[in-house]
Design a protein around this ligand. Structure first.
Ligand code: FE
Length: 177
């Protein structure tokens, strides 16, 4: 078997890099903490924004930064699959739980968990990174389903927003794998 025949060369000379020819391209965002272009942030309701990092249609997950600009309830939801969260700024909590996440707090949310994402009063801007697999199932107090988000609704929301702000419908494609 000739592995070399199935590699593509990204760079020649010293430090040459080779990879399988069918490998997907990497995603690099250097502007995650930059305020240079607010159009990058996709509105989630009135006071919250999402910055897409990786919208993975092939495996059904998305990775994004969530930024909340005001205290309050963001939403109540149930997870169909696990979530990993890392907090960078501000604080957030679930009234259903006895802890508060702050800068440096990592959280694993197991499939089936139901909770209400809240930013406490007096808090500053809150930013966390989330890797969300499967779907967020929005539920009311009685646990009745009122809506959902998955990687496909997130891609649609990004596409609508980037079209509306002039970046174009195809802008979101750079984050899709
Ligand atoms: Fe959650």
């Amino acid at each position: 078997m000739n592995i070399a025949a199935n590699l593509k060369v990204f760079k020649t000379g010293p430090g040459a890099l080779v990879a399988p020819s069918d490998m997907l391209s990497e995603i690099v965002r250097g502007d995650c903490l930059s305020e240079n272009d607010p159009r990058q942030w996709v509105p989630l309701g009135d006071d919250n924004y999402s910055l897409p990092l990786c919208l993975n249609a092939s495996e059904g997950y998305w990775v994004h930064l969530l930024r909340a600009t005001k205290p309050g309830v963001i939403n109540r939801h149930r997870h169909s699959a696990p979530v990993h969260l890392m907090t960078f700024e501000g604080h957030w909590h679930y009234p259903e739980k006895d802890w508060v996440a702050g800068p440096g707090t990592y959280v694993f949310e197991p499939p089936g968990d139901i909770h209400t994402l809240c930013v406490p009063e007096g808090g500053a801007v809150m930013v966390f990174m989330a890797n969300v697999r499967g779907a967020l199932l929005y539920v009311d107090e009685a646990g009745t389903l009122s809506g959902y988000d998955d990687v496909f609704t997130r891609i649609d929301a990004c596409r609508r927003h980037y079209t509306a702000v002039g970046l174009g419908a195809d802008y979101v494609r750079r984050f899709i794998r």
